[in-house]
Unconditional design. Structure first.
Length: 157
């Protein structure tokens, strides 16, 4: 009345799994080489078509992004010391003599003081670095403060 089930040979299942694994591996390797060939050709064509960068195209305010600022006071509490993490988003220009402006605001949202300054250190293309700036005076009654980059001297790399 009942037939005995036929046994499936393990060797045929192993062969099937190996065949599927080989096909997946071949497809992955082929896809990798296809993507690499397309991205390499695009970079070469873009590099050949792009004109050389000139200093007039440099924009420090656009390229230099302040990632983080930390403000500390000196021992006497009169002078401020800024640690500023800056990232250069440009792949062509490096910047030095970075001009900045610090703004100190009171609790009533009134600007207490604006200090311009210059950091002589530089940031290369695509680099991120922490720079240090000193302000001569920390106004009493400061509730908040801001740091912004206003310019820099570019150079082509």
């Amino acid at each position: 009345m009942f037939e005995e089930p036929k046994e499936i040979k393990e060797s045929s299942l192993n062969g099937l799994f190996i065949g599927i694994a080989v096909l997946v591996l071949v497809a992955a390797v082929g896809g990798y080489f296809y993507v690499q060939s397309r991205s390499g050709a695009g970079k070469e064509a873009a590099a050949a078509a792009a004109p050389k960068a000139s200093l007039k195209d440099a924009d420090a305010v656009r390229d230099l992004k302040v990632q983080r600022t930390t403000m500390n006071k000196d021992r006497n509490g009169a002078m401020t010391v800024w640690a500023v993490s800056v990232e250069n988003k440009s792949s062509v220009f490096s910047y030095s003599k970075i001009k900045y402006e610090t703004t100190y605001v009171g609790a009533d949202s009134r600007v207490l003081m604006v200090n311009p300054g210059t950091i002589n250190d530089g940031v290369g293309p695509g680099e991120q670095t922490t720079l240090q700036a000193n302000d001569p005076l920390y106004p009493p009654g400061t509730a908040t403060y801001r740091f912004k980059i206003t310019g820099a001297t570019p150079s082509v790399q």
